[in-house]
Design a protein around this ligand. Structure first.
Ligand SMILES: Nc1nc2c(ncn2[C@@H]2O[C@H](COP(=O)(O)OP(=O)(O)OP(=O)(O)O)[C@@H](O)[C@H]2O)c(=O)[nH]1
Ligand SMILES: [Mg+2]
Length: 312
């Protein structure tokens, strides 16, 4: 699972209601006191809430079970049991909650919340059954079980920026340089086999997802596992072209474009990036340059964000 998109299965269990109590008043001056068993407390519910502090679903790979507290049982002297506390489960904004194949909530913005498992009602104590005909009821009602379910959480951040280019063009290096991701970079071509993702944050604090795709084979044809379908919805294609490659850049660019153009959305913009290139030595065919030591990364970020901004 990539860090910024994915699906996890979680189990939620609301708290059970506390049982009602069976009790009679026992006091020195009232030898045969009436029933005074109190009701049980309600069980805590499980509530999911979108939280800006959470950016991915990765923690749910290890935290599968989420259980709210049960209500306490009632007690004598008509004391009601304490309610179980609700369990708040923080999920990243953009999480969809699916139960039995149905989307029950789309938690888009921070603070959006949904109750996913309702706590059980507290039971009744014997005091509740006192009547004129029965002054000493022994009847109580146990707490109701809390709701439980398996849920699927889906996170689908839209991919705004896609890195494309021939193998070994420096795509993964670029992803890491502009987003702070830690995608593996290797000397041999086609080292990226699964898409990798990183966030780009604009001045307003909005996150834009940048994807590094396996993309193209050396001859420019689409790789079967290239995930090129991501290109259609992306606003910006960041086309990486390695300066050091002996084959003329224009020819490599044309070869890649032949595959990419028909897949691009009508409004997408292409930024050609010379990799392994100092910004002051940027060739004419490139809009921006990124050096091995990271020089130029800030300018690339600004260029990409400016393009995204123009699109909104
Ligand atoms: N000299 C130099 N080498 C670079 C630069 N950027 C990347 N490389 C090297 O180029 C090779 C490929 O870099 P990657 O970032 O993995 O390229 P990629 O496009 O993701 O490649 P694949 O996913 O394998 O197709 C690695 O050996 C990098 O060390 C650079 O700016 N200068
Ligand atoms: Mg790569």
């Amino acid at each position: 699972m990539s860090p910024f998109t994915g699906t996890v299965r979680v189990r939620v269990q609301a708290g059970h209601g506390g049982d009602g109590a069976l009790s009679f008043r026992r006091e020195a001056h009232t030898p045969r006191g009436g029933p005074d068993g109190g009701g049980g407390g309600r069980g805590g519910s499980v509530v999911m809430m979108a939280d800006d502090g959470v950016t991915d679903l990765s923690r749910f790979r290890h935290a599968v079970h989420h259980r709210a507290a049960s209500g306490a049982g009632g007690a004598g002297r008509s004391r009601r049991g304490r309610a179980g506390e609700d369990l708040l489960v923080a999920v990243p904004p953009g999480t969809r909650v699916v139960r039995d194949g149905h989307v029950i909530a789309d938690l888009r913005a921070a603070g959006d919340r949904v109750e996913v498992a309702r706590g059980g009602e507290g039971g009744a104590g014997n005091r509740a059954f006192r009547s004129s005909t029965n002054r000493a009821p022994r009847r109580t009602v146990p707490g109701a079980p809390g709701d439980a379910a398996w849920l699927t959480l889906e996170l689908r951040l839209p991919v705004d920026v896609v890195l494309v280019g021939l193998p070994n063009a420096g795509k993964s290096t670029t992803l890491n340089a502009i987003t702070g991701a830690a995608a593996p970079v290797e000397a041999h071509p086609q080292s990226t086999r699964e898409p990798a993702f990183g966030p780009l944050e604009d001045d307003d604090g909005n996150l834009h997802l940048v994807a590094d795709l396996p993309g193209l084979a050396a001859d420019g044809s689409p790789r079967p596992d290239g995930h090129l379908e991501q290109i259609e919805r992306a606003s910006v294609l960041l086309h990486c072209v390695a300066l050091a490659d002996p084959e003329p850049a224009e020819e490599r660019i044309a070869r890649a474009r032949e595959t990419l153009r028909p897949l691009q959305g009508p409004k997408s913009r292409e930024i050609v990036l010379a990799t392994g290139c100092r910004p002051e030595e940027r060739p004419r065919w490139a809009h921006a340059a990124l050096a091995a030591d990271g020089a130029g990364a800030e300018a690339v970020r600004e260029l990409v964000l400016a393009e995204l901004g123009g699109r909104r």
